[in-house]
Design a protein around this ligand. Sequence first.
Ligand code: ADP
Length: 454
Amino acid sequence: MKLSYKEKIARRLTIVTALIVMVVFGVIYWVVDFTVVGNIDRELDLETNKHVGQIFLEDGEIKFIHKDEWMEEEHQEIQLNPIFIEIVDLDGNSMDKSPNLGNHRLLFHPDWSSKEGASTIKIGDQLVRQKQMLLNHEGIDEGYLLVATSFEDTQKLLNNLRNILLLLYPGILISLFLTMRYLAGKSIQPIKKIISKTNQITQSNLNERVPVLDQKDEIGQLTRSINDLLNRLEQSIIREKQFTSDASHELRTPLSVMRGTLEVLIRKPRTSEEYVNKIQTALGSIDRMSAMIDQLLALARVEKGAPSPKDEVEILSFVEEMAAQYQTDTGREIRFKTRESMPIFVQVSEKSLVMILNNLIQNAIKYSEGPIDLEVKIENGKPMIFVNDQGQGIAAESIKKIFDPFYRDPSALEKLIPGTGLGLAIVKKLAQESGIEISVSSESGLGSTFRLGF
Ligand code: ADP
């Protein structure tokens, strides 16, 4: 069965309250029962003790110390708290009884010599509390005194109390359930509004937001969290769209170049030199496209793939080896610098660190002509790697955008420096994934420094 939230709250609260009320009612009934029955029994005790002192049996004969008290009115009448008295011999045969008993007899229990407590019995159609006392004269058991008092009023009181509690119980629970249901329904009203608003938001109206009703309460917090989530979603969809349109644009450019080149080529017969030239231009376009596809695939792998496992990398020797390798491969002056003498270990995916440094070093090679410095040091207790070049630097307005996919500084385009604008986007993703802080500083004409902090 599918229950609404308000129904669930109302049910749970009602079940808990039902148990509590049941215990409270039980205690009330028990306390009243204990008190009124206790009062009657005390009265009965007084009465029994009084009469035990007045009566004794001698040779099967009843003797009274104060016959007048024995003849009191309450023993004669049936109305108003009558006291019933009967004297029986050891076998339970009635010897005498108070006139208010009429034809009835009190109940004799041969097993009880003297009963401590009283018990409830029925005489005729009347309920009474009865007590039994052994009559002992000069050390000889001679019979029993049975004393009883009416229990009718008490029983009526207890029955009334029980009936009222039994009637009240479902009444309280039903009204409680309905009230809880109403209040729970009222309190989840704002949530219903949030649900209906979020259901209306689709990709086409992703700029709409859920109105925040109360800033401070939890529902306000929930609304703000949903709105923040929508903001992030909207931003990522905008980025995604931008990325797709940039990617298609970037891939279309070399394709158009290739198409133009080939169209020119087939228009009329050419010399073999012209063929070679044009085919080389087309091959250049193909190289550009395949470089871009490689970079796009690398970016997709970083975004979609599981984070690479972390290794323990000693960065002093690691960076030194990379510098030496690049110097050998490219013939450029790549200097390794450090003031640290002890090995520095960092927890990082070695594969990601290689890709990040490859991109930064390749950029430094592309965008500068002078020597390139790779430096390792500890700054404020944090291991750092610096990639520094003495090239043209990056313009202040470009520095914020160089990590965006496909962004290329106009100067790089002007100088026809080959590139896709994806290298630093990949570096940023890898750094985020590996927990490396990346920052850049640059001065026009003096060079740029990329810093990696672990
Ligand atoms: P690409 O190098 O393929 O153009 P990147 O994402 O690696 O793409 O770099 C983005 C842009 O940042 C480059 O086009 C360039 O303008 C600028 N850039 C990156 N590194 C350097 C550098 N060391 N010196 C000057 N400009 C740089």
